[in-house]
Design a protein around this ligand. Sequence first.
Ligand code: ATP
Ligand code: MG
Length: 402
Amino acid sequence: MNNHNHNNNHILNPFSPQHPVQPLCFADRKDELQYFKETARNSARLDPPAPLNYAILGTWGQGKTSLLYKFRQIVLEELKDDIRCVCIYFPLSPQVCQSWDIFCDSFLRTVKSTMNSTRKIWPKIKVEIEHWEVGMDLGVVSAKRKVNSGTTSLVDALQSLWEKILKPSGTQIAFVLLDDLHYFPIKAEESAYLTLRTTFQELVNRKCNYSLVVTAPSLLFSEIAETAEPVLRFFKRFDLKPFTFDETKEAINVRLKVAGSKLIVDDKVIEQISRKTEGHPYLIMFAMFELLTLTRGFSKIGIDIFEKNWPRIEESFGRSIFAQKFQTASDKERELMIKIAESRKDLVSPSDIRGVRGATELFSRLEKKELLIRHGRGRYRLFHPMFAEFLRKIDMSYNNQS
Ligand SMILES: Nc1ncnc2c1ncn2[C@@H]1O[C@H](COP(=O)(O)OP(=O)(O)OP(=O)(O)O)[C@@H](O)[C@H]1O
Ligand SMILES: [Mg+2]
């Protein structure tokens, strides 16, 4: 081990893949940020209101929640001298999305604790919101008493919030941020998606300036298109792409800098990480976390150190990510994925797979689980080449056992 490569000071490992990135360490997404800033400013000032709504779409771990956090920080802090706004951040869950009424109830109950505003107007809002108990109770109670009254009560409650508190406190626009919209069932009797659009359209119609920002897997919007197409037109969509080399480099270096680390990661190493992960943000963070754990104490990571450690990082990928993803599939789906990996083709159609009954249905189920990604009509690939590699190894170990 070279001494100049080694540093006895404890170096913090800032690459935690499990959490969305905090705005301070946020990297790239320049186009999305630029567009959002411009239009948020515009929406805040328009009178009568006509705010834009936004949908952040991408596959798992692509950075949807991170961008949502960043949007919130932009309007609350970066644009604090331009606009006065309120953000209501509400992460959805299967429980909350069981029915529209349950959603309205939970949303209104937590509004107080999930609300932030531009610092200047916060003291006034904070005092006023204490008296809003009445308005909120009305909404919540009526949602319980009458079946299907959730929509009316949510519109009424948010209108009351706007007219009694937000507008008088100087708020120009209120952003409602809903994370993980796909938890609303798509085939429920009543489409929550259409109801959401009706609600926010009606609020603007009543001159309440609410802008809706949601995140969801890309596939949700294709599914909604079949049953509730107007919902798609209601949003400006941002389709998140993987990071390029430069963006990967920025994401890595900004975290090191914020953590106060002097660690140098060679460009060749970043290039390898970018290539192996294909710029997938979650996988980049995972690779970096493992790399730093394995090379603790080094002040510089060059390509030879990286290559020596990569097999162990790859093992961790298998154990911690791919094995878990694999387990979400049924036996037949697993068999199909292994066949796809074995074929080594970049794109595969159901008709290419021999000896598996009902392949078309299995393809579509695997797409819903984000294990297969569709590229054009009826053509698919496994969600990541490293996952394909993992599947080939499983196949080999089965074959060796039998
Ligand atoms: N713009 C970014 N800059 C730096 N790191 C990012 C960025 N976007 C995402 N990441 C990192 O990638 C990982 C996944 O991000 P995030 O949780 O936001 O994705 P997601 O699409 O919301 O995932 P899920 O599908 O699990 O909800 C996190 O570790 C996060 O820190
Ligand atoms: Mg998320």
